[in-house]
Ligand binder design. Structure first.
Ligand code: GH3
Ligand code: MG
Ligand code: MG
Length: 362
């Protein structure tokens, strides 16, 4: 089996990844343990741990350490707990990993080249997008009360002074992942429209701000569609409020199915929806709007029959440079669509004098 043992880790967690008979032997250094572990145990167990049916639904843990052996030890232990584990070998690499996909938990070494664990924690807390990702600092090196105080000050929620005490580390990880999952559930609810299941106005505004920032940085245009059900009051009056609710649900599903995964459809008011089409110039945005209008009109809704919708389309940055301006542009175009008899798509554009004009695209 595995030609090494780790005598000073006697908890159940470590026993599961130790060779039989490894427990109770004389104390070995982490380096000695890890040295043989990387060659033998780690390779096998990492494979076993990554034999994951699916990453969906698994908590995602980012482990950061410049010591490859320690990184392997922690990855194996966390993988065996059923977590999806990613690794980085210093703070800078970790930040890039967090930016590309925010993990549910970060476990980081303190002493590392380029960017240490404290600076990593500070950077995580400073960014509003990542500030609530729980972080555990771990160190196999010398530490004192000041280190632990500093750890707390930079926002770490755990400080593990013996990273080979896997029972302690895993217990901390479990608790923090539990809290994170609870937070995610509430966050999801706060950004979701209850009736349609679509993102709500708050979520739309947040995404819009991000798209504007991206457009400022890279210059790529995107389109915003505002969609409003025509004569919806009449639907309610004729068929009842329940039937009206069903119309909203079916419309939401049709929208969701009619856009790409990178786009975002949100319910932003009673019978008003907004769609952000990422990396989409105005002309393409108009085409998508027209396709959605026609698809929605072709859907037969039980009791109600078919409905029509009107859409306003605007593009950033040509039409507007801020989220508020862009919403106003698309809204003006939608207003024109209503004014021109409904069941149509109108785009907002700037003329030579830089005034906002609407164009019938039917
Ligand atoms: P227009 O073509 O000008 O948009 O006319 P409209 O009748 O759609 O617009 P109006 O603003 O006059 O009426 C909107 C209606 O949408 C009134 C309101 O009762 C209904 N509504 C808003 N939210 C909901 C909802 O959640 N469920 C249902 N069933 N109806 C809703
Ligand atoms: Mg280190
Ligand atoms: Mg309406």
């Amino acid at each position: 089996m595995i030609p090494c043992y780790l005598g000073f880790c006697t908890g159940p967690a470590i026993l599961r990844i130790l060779p039989k008979g490894g427990e109770g032997k004389t104390k070995t250094t982490l380096t000695e343990w890890a040295h043989c572990s990387t060659k033998t145990l780690a390779a096998q167990d990492l494979q076993a741990a990554s034999k994951q049916e699916s990453m969906i639904g698994k908590s995602d843990v980012l482990v950061v350490d410049d010591d490859a052996d320690k990184l392997t030890l922690l990855s194996v232990a966390l993988g065996m707990e059923g977590y999806n584990v990613r690794t980085a070998s210093n703070g800078r690499e970790a930040l890039a990993a967090v930016e590309s996909f925010p993990p549910d938990l970060i476990i980081t070494d303190i002493m590392m080249p380029e960017m240490d664990g404290y600076d990593l924690a500070r950077a995580i807390r400073k960014n509003p997008q990542t500030k609530f990702i729980p972080l555990i600092l771990q160190t196999a090196g010398r530490h004192d009360a000041d280190d632990m105080r500093l750890g707390a000050e930079v926002g770490a929620l755990g400080f593990v002074t013996d990273p080979t005490d896997l029972d302690l580390l895993l217990a901390r990880a479990r608790t923090l992942l539990d809290f994170k999952s609870h937070l995610d559930t509430w966050q999801e609810a706060a950004f979701t429209d209850h009736l349609s299941g679509l993102p709500n106005r708050r979520r739309l505004e947040r995404q819009l701000a991000q798209e504007i920032t991206r457009t400022e940085r890279y210059g790529h245009p995107f389109s915003l569609l505002l969609l409003d059900i025509d004569n919806f009051k009449k639907v309610n009056d004729t068929f009842g409020h329940e039937a009206g609710d069903e119309v909203i649900r079916i419309l939401a599903k049709t929208l969701q199915e009619g856009i790409r995964g990178i786009d975002l459809a949100a319910r932003i008011g009673g019978e008003e929806f907004a769609i952000i089409l990422t990396e989409t110039p105005l002309q393409k945005g108009i085409e998508v709007a027209e396709r959605l209008r026609s698809t929605i009109n072709s859907v037969q809704i039980p009791t109600v029959g078919s409905i029509t919708v009107s859409l306003g389309v605007a593009e950033a940055p040509t039409c507007a440079r801020t989220a508020r301006e862009l919403l106003a542009c698309a809204d003006a175009a939608l207003y024109t669509a209503k004014d021109q008899g409904r069941n149509c798509v109108i785009s907002a554009a700037r003329d030579k004098e830089n005034s906002l004009v609407s164009a019938d695209v039917q």
